[in-house]
Design a protein around this ligand. Structure first.
Ligand SMILES: NC(=O)c1ccc[n+]([C@@H]2O[C@H](COP(=O)([O-])OP(=O)(O)OC[C@H]3O[C@@H](n4cnc5c(N)ncnc54)[C@H](O)[C@@H]3O)[C@@H](O)[C@H]2O)c1
Length: 286
């Protein structure tokens, strides 16, 4: 059901690659809620993904842009204002990539060039987007900027690797820029800390299927899906959340407040008993 929450609002959505992408669902929901927006991704993603289908569905134009490149960002933001006929009201930063994760290099064996690339793509790009928008005075007063994060910024989760550091930096940028942009222009900046979600980026995380099961068992409300994230995100783009800024908002079915749940304990107990039985069987064979 649509509520016209974003009627008359204009935006830029970064990071929709294919229909599994969280940004894809946020674009669909924003469109349903009446927003107009430009879609953007890297030239490589445009070649390998299916963004053109989303653009048709949402009546959007696509502008290629590498979000680590300030000159490309300047051109994206200027062109978006021309296309949309004025300043922007909301931006989604849904960008993440770690070459170390891709190459299977664990946190104690990081390649430092890759590490810098992880931080540049997954965190500094957020600073660059905000910096360019401020320089071009591209966002209307009371506009809203959202980036997607993960609980590994606060807690260590096996296999999340240098992306944990990138998310911690991303959340810090939201606070630091949130102060400056809020003070000057009443623009709010927040991060949504989303449940693990099966997307192209998500599937790169070591043991994602087990992580999804574990966090679902741990969360009293179960994992939040990409569609759930889209519903939450449009409220942050809307005028209903005007005084929410500089926050990392957990959108994870309660996972981040849990220590142990009955469902997770039951599964652990079952696996534990299976383990003991297997040990007994192998001892009998001795
Ligand atoms: N999937 C999960 O489990 C999960 C959980 C919490 C947070 N997140 C975050 O959500 C965001 C979106 O990821 P997703 O899961 O939808 O996966 P996804 O693979 O669909 O999206 C990642 C996007 O980043 C884009 N990207 C990479 N390098 C870029 C660059 N230099 N410039 C511009 N765009 C670039 C990719 O092209 C892709 O569209 C990421 O920040 C991710 O860390 C994902």
């Amino acid at each position: 059901m649509a509520y016209n929450l974003l009627k008359g609002k204009k935006g830029i959505i970064f990071g929709a690659l294919n229909e599994l992408s969280i940004a894809w669902k946020i674009a669909e929901k924003s469109h349903e809620e009446g927003a107009e927006f430009v879609l953007t991704n890297t030239p490589v993603a445009l070649r390998f993904g299916t963004l053109d289908q989303l653009a048709v569905k949402c009546g959007s134009q696509i502008i290629p842009c590498d979000a680590t490149n300030v000159a490309e960002l300047e051109s994206l933001v200027s062109r978006s204002m021309e296309i949309l006929g004025g300043k922007i009201d909301f931006i989604l930063h849904s960008i993440g990539m770690s070459p170390n994760v891709r190459k299977g290099l664990s946190y104690d064996r990081l390649n430092y060039d890759f590490y810098q690339t992880t931080l540049d793509i997954s965190a500094l790009s957020f600073h660059k987007v905000l910096h360019v928008c401020r320089k071009l005075d591209a966002i209307n007063d009371w506009g809203s900027v959202v980036a997607l994060s993960y609980v590994a910024a606060q807690r260590t989760l096996y296999g999340y690797n240098d992306m944990a550091d990138a998310k911690a930096l991303l959340e810090s940028i939201a606070r630091s820029f949130g102060y400056i942009y809020g003070r000057d222009k009443k623009i709010r900046i927040n991060t949504i800390s989303q449940s693990p979600t099966m997307t192209t980026a998500g599937s790169g995380v070591k043991g994602i299927d087990k992580l999804l099961d574990f966090s679902d068992r741990m969360s009293p409300l179960g994992n939040a899906t990409a569609e759930d994230c889209a519903n939450f995100c449009v409220t942050l783009f809307s005028d209903l959340t005007r005084k929410v800024t500089m926050q990392n908002l957990f959108h994870d079915g309660g996972f981040s407040s849990m220590g142990m749940s009955l469902r997770a304990m039951t599964q652990y107990d079952k696996s534990f008993r299976d383990c003991i039985e297997q040990e007994d069987v192998s001892r009998m064979g001795d």
